[in-house]
Design a binder for this molecule. Sequence first.
Ligand code: GDP
Ligand code: MG
Length: 437
Amino acid sequence: NLSDKLDRAFKVLKGQGTITEINVAETMKEIRKALLDADVNYKTAKAFTDDVRQKAIGQNVLTAISPGQLLTKVMNDELTELMGGTTSEISFSGNPTIILIAGLNGAGKTTFTGKLANYLKTQKNKKPLLVADDIYRPAAIEQLQVLGKQIDVPVYADPESKDPIAIALAGIALAKQNGNNVVIIDTAGRLSVDEAMMREIEQVKGAVKPHEILFVVDSMTGQDAVNTAKVFNDRLDFTGVVLTKLDGDTRGGAALSIKSVVNKPIKFIGTGEKMEALDVFHPDRMASRILGMGDVVSLVERAQQQFDEKEAAELQKKIRKNKFDFNDFYSQIQQIKKMGNMKDLMGMIPGVGKMMKDVEVDDNAFKAIEAIIQSMTPFEKENPDGINQSRRNRIAKGSGTNLAEVNRLIKQFEDMRKVMKQMSNPAAMANMMRRMP
Ligand code: GDP
Ligand code: MG
């Protein structure tokens, strides 16, 4: 695990006043190893560590931060820069804007086609139309139609046709006729790069003249992802990269290598199978993620999309007054469940990402908690402090759990309340941040 290794590497630096040639050499060796393990290719890793070393050496470590912190900062900036610095979104240059999706089988093209349409429709106010241009697998057409129905976006398909160019052109014509201002063309892939597929997609490109060609790649395939990206870019000169399957075991390294090998912006990342599991790629957040800091900003953003702002403000007030009760807790759980896959979300919390590999979390995790809260009387829900022993016994019986589970939940709730109270106080929060490693 990259962040474990980095933790170890930084230990070498702990307690030293300045970053010197000697203490940085050992650390850089560790970091280079860690980057290679995270699928960053050798040339990139070497260039990166050389660069960081140069920038770090001679920097005076302020008393407030440790050399490890300083180095993390230097590395974070450097990684961010390497991955493109800033976000790069779809450019809407035509009417309709035509987006061609390319990549190997199983990379996540069809899923991404649906996600992108959903994103453009709900976040960018666009009227997309999808074209099913994978003619080799009958199931592929149906898969796209199912997604289209789910997100309420029209899909053009012609199951009789064996001509991907004709299908794509007909789809675009239909879009013009119906006033769809974005056309996303889902294409066929192969198990590995082959000449026939490359020629076909080149021809589709020549015919439809796309404004964007997005190369979709499975981030779990590591170094292969980089090689595939290179081949596709040489043939198609694509305009952007989509990294899928960045949920679960984060192979952030692929992002770094691909960017440095093909020099095209990464535009989106896929973080799950659901239609909502799509994020705009933020180089700085990915840098933090590679460094093991967790993608807190994305988490917060996604949470904000789902939480009603007014409700959140009320909650803040309650937390500050220490009035957060089991009713609020219960509705929070419902909110969290609405936000989708628990594992996706929890993986983004710093320190939790590491643990998630070994733990299976599913929405059932809340079953017992919900049962316990439901067995409380209104008084108990509003007065967590007033739940005495006999009440606990009754709750345990009523909820079909046991006393230990009830005790644990109440204890956890109280602990959580303390932390929440602290976090709602800006001064305390700043203090906590300063003490972070
Ligand atoms: P295609 O052959 O390139 O069109 O790939 P598909 O879109 O059919 O996806 C292949 C498999 O990967 C499907 O089971 C998808 O549900 C899954 N998948 C796609 N994107 C993601 C992602 O971001 N995260 C996860 N966990 N699964 C994904
Ligand atoms: Mg497909």
